[in-house]
Design a protein around this ligand. Structure first.
Ligand SMILES: [Zn+2]
Length: 164
């Protein structure tokens, strides 16, 4: 279920009310578990930064990190795009454009750094093969920690929709 939105159960038309209720009872533990995970923990509700301000900082930070790391990795990227992806943190096109979600600027710096290095590594290895992960591991031995952070807190951060 999407972060922060009410749960919805879709049932076939032919299902009787008692059947629906027993299905709900079976799902209850799962639903409650999902809800427990959806407690806001990032403090985003107190955020005073606007999206346009956040995008500017995201671009500055990402560009600085990417330039430094690209040189170390011996890769060349063409440009950096800061986007408003709903489900993605970063992507890398064959033409060398690296795209990043502006919300990354609200994550810990190591997490943003991990996503930048991850996309840069794709310029060498365009898939998620063993070669890719070992290349990433050489640059960022603690990448699992950052990926874990994104798995745990990513949905909350992606749900952020500031007004401006
Ligand atoms: Zn990837």
């Amino acid at each position: 279920m999407p972060w922060g939105e009410p749960a919805r159960l879709t049932v076939p038309k032919w299902m009787s009310r008692p059947e629906v209720e027993s299905l709900l009872a079976q799902q209850r533990a799962w639903l409650e578990d999902q809800r427990r995970r959806q407690v806001p923990r990032l403090g985003l509700e107190h955020l005073t930064v606007s999206e346009s301000e956040a995008r500017i900082s995201a671009r500055e930070l990402v560009s600085a990190l990417a330039e430094e790391e690209a040189e170390r990795l011996g890769v060349i990227f063409r440009r950096i795009r800061i986007g408003d992806q709903r489900t993605l943190w970063g992507s890398c096109s064959a033409a060398g454009t690296l795209s990043f979600n502006w919300r990354l600027v609200l994550a810990p710096l190591e997490v943003l750094d991990y996503v930048v290095v991850h996309e840069l590594c794709h310029l060498r290895v365009p898939n998620h093969s063993k070669t890719f992960w070992s290349l990433l591991e050489r640059s960022r031995p603690d990448w699992r920690e950052q990926r874990g952070w994104l798995r745990e807190h990513g949905p909350e951060l992606l749900s952020l929709r500031p007004l401006a």
